[in-house]
Design a protein around this ligand. Structure first.
Ligand code: PLP
Length: 460
């Protein structure tokens, strides 16, 4: 077979014919072929270095290329690479990790159910919420409330829970019984005249939630799912009173709260889980990404005692996945959590995150930047077409992210409104300064180019 591959084909050429990528049209021939990583630096096949302010897909808390995690994986693979967690089979790795995850969670958290990633986790949480109500004699509780700007995954149900236009059409019917509420986005709320009057953003969202519960009927609603801090939605933290008030209202109506902590957990906001720091105790918590820092695809759903006991009764919970509680993944997760603990990375999220945000302050002088916001190691730069209304650029910030990468080698992520940063928690002060300097340099230059392009033609 290999003789069919013409000699001297580049990685780019081979990729174009062999790999189908998410969100990459065939008309775009260029590839960035990454081959190595260490700390916050990734290196491509041509030897070019990139400073990774995205931590991969917002997951690599402990930085790239950590030998102790590789060794933990190799040790576990030599001992027992895989064994199932179906039926009465279990293993020491799953037990140890589950105890640890539950131990870090707020009181009331009972057990962990393992998945292979974030989408599988949110799908699982949704199934669990509906099944919980069904088993308790409330089978009509099938509706799920989700929010604007949310991203909860790429499956059919998790895709519908996401406010992500590419998933909304072209794939046939969606599962349904999903209603989308407004998520608090203080920057946008302050500029949306007429809708809210003088109501603050929490009051607006609470009123909308209350009206929605009334309209659909609490007896038909299973759960509300939300990210403690919107990630893909632009790294937007809610006002401090938002989640406690939402949780209280849901509880009063018997509606479960599913916290999607796929991005926020394991130090990204400075805590093991962001919900605790925001004063709420979710019924179900979805974890992935930072759980293994991306060294192995693993996720988990944490359940309260009450939900675990209901799902565990009468024949048990009837859903499973081949790779659930993969022993190698569990060993990797524990090695990763050891590093987060040993190197005090929870605290680093705020020190380094604040340093980057301070370095980005000059951006506020640019007409192109509406806001720089930071919550731990989640940073969003609101890029706007106009300051007064805060309208986003017509095609989002994707091209700007590419420009920053090409000019400076700093990796940030584009989005529909904001440029987003979520660096590894091990980022040094020097690297943090390089990240902010790169962004200031490129955006300042870009602002000048844009203003020149839109300057009126001088009268002759
Ligand atoms: C908040 C959130 N939930 C769920 C997911 C889906 O996770 P995965 O891509 O591992 O399926 C993501 C992915 O970025 C996410 O950001």
């Amino acid at each position: 077979m290999s003789s069919l591959i013409p000699p001297h084909r580049t990685w780019e050429e081979r990729d174009r014919s062999a790999v189908l990528h998410p969100f990459l049209p065939d008309s775009q021939p260029r590839r960035v072929v990454m081959v190595e990583g260490e700390g916050c630096v990734l290196r491509d096949a041509e030897g070019r270095e990139y400073l990774d302010a995205t931590a991969g897909m917002w997951l690599c808390q402990v930085g790239h290329g950590r030998p102790e995690i590789a060794e933990a994986a190799a040790r576990q693979m030599r001992r027992m690479e895989y064994s199932t967690a179906f039926w009465d089979f279990t293993h020491d790795r799953a037990i140890s990790l589950a105890e640890r995850l539950v131990g870090l969670a707020p009181p009331g958290t009972g057990r962990a159910f393992f998945t292979s990633g974030g989408s599988e986790g949110t799908e699982t949480a949704l199934r669990m919420a509906r099944n919980f109500h069904h088993r308790r004699g409330a089978p009509d509780r099938t509706w799920v409330l989700t929010r604007t700007g949310a991203y909860h995954g790429a499956g059919y149900a998790s895709g519908e829970l996401s406010d992500f236009p590419p998933y909304a059409s072209g794939f046939g019917p969606q599962p349904g019984h999903v209603h989308r509420l407004t998520a608090p986005y203080p920057y946008v709320h302050a500029r949306s005249s007429g809708r809210a009057g003088n109501e603050d953003v929490t009051a607006f969202c609470l009123r909308e939630l209350e009206e929605t519960i009334h309209r659909i009927g609490s007896h038909r609603i299973a759960a509300l799912i939300g990210e403690p801090v919107l990630a893909l939605g632009g790294m937007v933290a809610p006002p401090p009173d938002y989640w406690p008030r939402v949780a209280e209202l849901l509880r009063a109506h018997g509606i479960l709260l599913i916290m999607d902590e796929v991005v926020t957990a394991f130090g990204r906001t400075g805590s093991w889980y962001a919900a605790g720091e925001m004063g709420v105790r979710p019924d179900l918590t979805v974890l992935s990404k930072g759980l293994t820092s991306g060294y192995f695809p693993l996720g988990a759903v944490l359940l309260t005692h009450e939900i675990a006991d209901v799902l565990g009764a009468d024949g048990g919970y009837p859903v499973g996945h081949t790779y659930s509680a993969h022993p190698t993944g569990c060993a990797v997760a524990e090695a990763n959590l050891d590093i987060i603990e040993r190197e005090s990375l929870l605290a680093a999220a705020w020190t380094v995150g604040s340093r980057i945000a301070t370095g980005l302050a000059p951006l506020l002088d640019l007409p192109l930047v509406g806001e720089v916001r930071q919550h731990g190691m989640m940073i969003g730069i609101e890029v706007v077409a106009d300051q007064e209304l805060g309208r986003p650029l017509p095609h989002g910030t994707y091209a700007l992210a590419d420009l920053i990468r090409d000019r400076t080698g700093v990796l940030v992520r584009g989005g529909p409104r904001a440029l987003t940063l979520a660096p590894p928690l091990v980022m040094t002060a020097q690297e943090a300064d390089r990240v902010s300097a790169a962004l200031v340099e490129v955006l300042t230059e870009h602002a000048v180019t844009v203003s020149r392009a839109t300057d009126p033609v001088p009268a002759s």
